[in-house]
Every structure is written in C-alpha cells, then in structure tokens.
Design a protein around this ligand. Sequence first.
Ligand code: FMN
Length: 185
Amino acid sequence: MVVAVKILGLSGSLRKDSAHSAVLRTVAEQLPASVALELHDLHDVPPYNEDLDCDAAPVAVLALREAVRRADAVLIGSPEYNHGMSGVLKNALDWISRPHGKSSLTGKPVLTFTASPAFTGGVRAHQQLNETLVAIQAVQVAYPQIVIGSVASKLKDGRLVDEAANQFLMDGVRRLAQLVDNWPL
Ligand SMILES: Cc1cc2nc3c(=O)[nH]c(=O)nc-3n(C[C@H](O)[C@H](O)[C@H](O)COP(=O)(O)O)c2cc1C
C-alpha cells in the first residue's frame, strides 16, 4: 500500500529505554498502512550555534530540517527535566526554527505529549514546548494537553499498554490527522 501521509516523530529523550520513544513506537504500530510514522533520531544534532547556521549547516541539522519539510505532520514527545522541556528537544527546535521566517515547521500540523514517572506527567514541559511552537508558528492541534503521568506503570516491553492513556493519545493523533488534507483515518 502506498503511504499517503507521513508523520515525523521526534523524541526529546536520547535514552535507549525512553518512555517517549516507546509512546511514539506505540502510535506508529496503530496507524493504518497508508499512514507512516517515522522517528527521527536527535543524537547527532549539535548544540545550536548561529555561526554554523548558514547554507553549509551541520549535516545532521540539514537532515533534520529536510525530515520536517518532507513530513505532513509532526508528533513530538518531550521529557520534563527540572520543570522544562528537554535540552535535546529545545536545541533541535532552535535549529528547526531557522532560517527565520522560513522554518520547515511553520504552518505544519503538530501534536505534542509529555510523560513522566510523576503524576504531573511533565505538564510544565508540555506548556513550555507549546510556547516554543507558538514562536515557530507551527499549527498546534486544538486538543487538551496529552500528559501521561505515572508512565512507568503504563509501559510494558517498550510499548504504552494503558488503555485510557492510549485512547486519549490516539484521539489526539486523529485530530492531528484532520489538519492534514485527505487524511484517511
Ligand atoms: C535531569 C532530570 C530532571 C528531571 N526532572 C523532572 C521534572 O522536573 N519533572 C518530572 O516530572 N520528571 C523529571 N525527571 C524524570 C523524567 O520525567 C523521567 O526520567 C522520564 O522518564 C524521562 O523521559 P524518557 O523516559 O523518555 O527518557 C527528571 C529526570 C532527569 C534525568
């Protein structure tokens, strides 16, 4: 089957057993065959440096921007570190936000989520992430904040197994779908 809709998945955690990467994988497995969610690794993205932000930007940055440009929509998960989004993700978004006024994320449908072992689910990081997306002028899904609290008890074998959390998340993904033309979900 031809893939009609491409979603880019970004996890703000580099951890091998990341809850956010696990949630993204869980979403990918539930999508119909005509929709693909591909994770883009942020390991190689260097710290933002405006001196390097030119036509010959670092290869990992060019690849990240291109991956966003080619995607129809983006699903982003961020850990909460000390009440903020992960530095890895903020750094990636700073690179993606340039060139100023020409970001590949501007005007693109985006859905965000956070997860945490705490019952607060990373809600402070979620708020901060959404604020950054306002600055980049991404099109955020109008949906209640997806924050997955007590996440350790909701994962099994690298997948989100909590029915309520999964339903709420997938409803958000469907809303994301509605922002993309001709989404078949
Ligand atoms: C440096 C650091 C700071 C953290 N600060 C918070 C925090 O402020 N709030 C919170 O809910 N969890 C906090 N945590 C716990 C993370 O939410 C938890 O490690 C989470 O699983 C990270 O996401 P991941 O599983 O995708 O790597 C912190 C973890 C680390 C390593």
